[in-house]
Ligand binder design. Structure first.
Ligand code: LLP
Length: 444
């Protein structure tokens, strides 16, 4: 595909600052990502469609590796997983964090080395544990006391499984109540304050089938400040020192989870990864020196910050309605492909693509097509006043926790996923069709 990129509008500033770095304006109001016109993708693959910029994903993996040269960086697959994604992450040298047999099997059957995978989950099913054993997962993060005996039994007398313990360090952070996981009173992990974590560690160390490699915490998601990580790290190092004092064991690994915040709209705060890396390392080295501990290997688990900004959602406008003071622009997707505005009140910045409009901007509410008044994709955004059915809207920063949380609501079907790279578009995941729903429905 030959495209003409307009000169003079750098993607790194202004409205395009949250778009993939490859984003380039085209003549007549078009926009290209990865060297491919978004309007052409909409034509060829239909809408709604999710576009994933391969170079942006790979670039973000490299940014992490460069910023954290001494750490193991694991991509949190829950943000988005497909076989191509597995391959990109593998080729960029990252590990993988999974939280179900499904994610684990998909990754391993796509060729990801199981020893570089960590299995999470607050309620691991028998199938999760069976898959972990059969596929030889690298580490299992123990999240509740009952898992200790279950995993040890699954390992069997001959084997040994590397495990970590998920600790709740008592630090509250994150973009919304539903994604704060660092304090007591939520379902994840074992408490530092009530002694649950210490007790579990003692029991694990007494299990010959389990090798405790370290401690894990994940304090929340969409965190834009470094400070909560430093507080959590200090407490985790404190616990490592207590483990050494009580059991004479120095744990070689410390996993600080993910949660690194990104901007969904221009001007919003993002977590400064370079500052995070530098200050985590300094805190770790200082804390360990003070406690007389050997510095453990640091692990981190970013999901959103790797894939979120690499994704763009494309929708076709189906209807425009003026009701009272409001203008509603309804598109052909909605809460079944992006439940995040409804769940967390997240605000997005959609944009008209595919044609140039000279109309004055107008405050518009972009809604989905689902049978629910809360099916709002973007509340009160400025869009050209002449938007009409047939127009295309693109929503940037759509790569994380949208498709992976997509549902079958109203049997609309989950969108196609298309990768773009150096001028070529490739279908990664085909659109879900009525035939998919019909074939699962065998009750007749
Ligand atoms: N590690 C663990 C153990 C996690 O539970 C998570 C996310 C991550 C790493 C990656 O966090 P990230 O870097 O992507 O923030 N659905 C919500 C986010 C839920 C996050 C769940 N755990 C959303 O759409 O904002």
């Amino acid at each position: 595909m030959t495209i003409t990129v307009l000169p003079g509008i750098p993607a790194g500033t202004g409205e395009l600052s949250i778009w993939p770095a490859s984003t380039a304006p085209l003549p007549h109001g078009g926009l290209a990502v990865g060297g491919v016109s978004l309007a052409e993708i909409a034509e060829r693959f239909e809408t709604p469609a999710y576009v994933l910029d391969e170079a942006e994903v790979r670039g973000r993996c490299r940014t992490y590796r460069d910023a954290f040269p001494d750490a193991h960086v694991l991509y949190a697959a829950k943000a988005f997983l497909s076989r191509a994604m597995v391959r990109w992450v593998d080729e960029e040298g990252l590990g993988l964090d999974v939280c179900s047999a499904g994610e684990l099997e998909l990754a391993v059957t796509a060729g990801f080395p199981p020893e570089r995978i960590v299995l999470h989950g607050n309620a691991k099913s028998p199938r999760d544990i069976e898959a972990a054993m059969r596929l030889g997962v690298g580490r299992i993060v123990i999240d509740s006391p009952s898992e200790i005996a279950r995993i040890a039994a699954a390992v069997g007398l001959e084997g040994r499984q590397k495990v970590m313990v998920r600790v709740v360090p008592g630090v509250s952070a994150g973009g919304h109540d539903k994604i704060r996981t660092g304090t007591d009173g939520q379902k994840f992990g074992l408490s530092l304050t009530d002694g649950g974590a210490q007790h579990a560690i003692t029991r694990i160390l007494g299990q010959p089938q389990l090798e405790l490699t370290g401690l894990h915490c994940h304090i929340g998601s969409q965190i834009t400040e470094v400070k909560p990580y430093l507080v959590a790290l200090r407490r985790m190092v404190g616990l490592m020192a207590r483990v050494r004092d009580m059991h004479g064991t120095e744990l070689p690994e410390l996993d600080m989870g993910g949660g690194h915040g990104i901007a969904y709209r221009p001007g919003e705060a993002t977590l400064d990864l370079t500052a995070l890396a530098r200050r985590l390392r300094a805190e770790l080295v200082a804390g360990c020196a003070a406690a007389g501990l050997t510095v453990p290997r640091l692990l981190i688990e970013p999901g959103r910050a790797v894939v979120g900004p690499a994704g763009v959602a494309l929708y076709r406008v189906l209807a425009v309605k003026h009701t009272g003071e409001k203008v509603f622009v309804a598109v052909d997707g909605g809460m079944s492909d992006n439940p995040r505005p409804a769940l967390y009140g997240v605000r997005y910045a959609p944009r008209l693509i595919g044609r140039h409009s000279t109309a004055h901007p107008r405050t518009t509410t972009v809604v989905g097509r689902h049978c629910e008044a809360g099916d709002i994709l973007a509340e009160a955004v400025e869009l050209p006043g002449d938007i009409h059915p047939g127009d295309l809207l693109a929503v940037p920063v759509a790569g994380a926790y949208q498709l992976s949380m997509a549902s079958g609501y109203n049997l609309v079907g989950r969108p196609a996923v298309v990768s773009v790279h150096e001028g070529t578009a490739r279908l990664l995941v085909r659109r879900e069709t009525l035939e998919d729903f019909r074939s699962r429905d065998i009750g007749g």
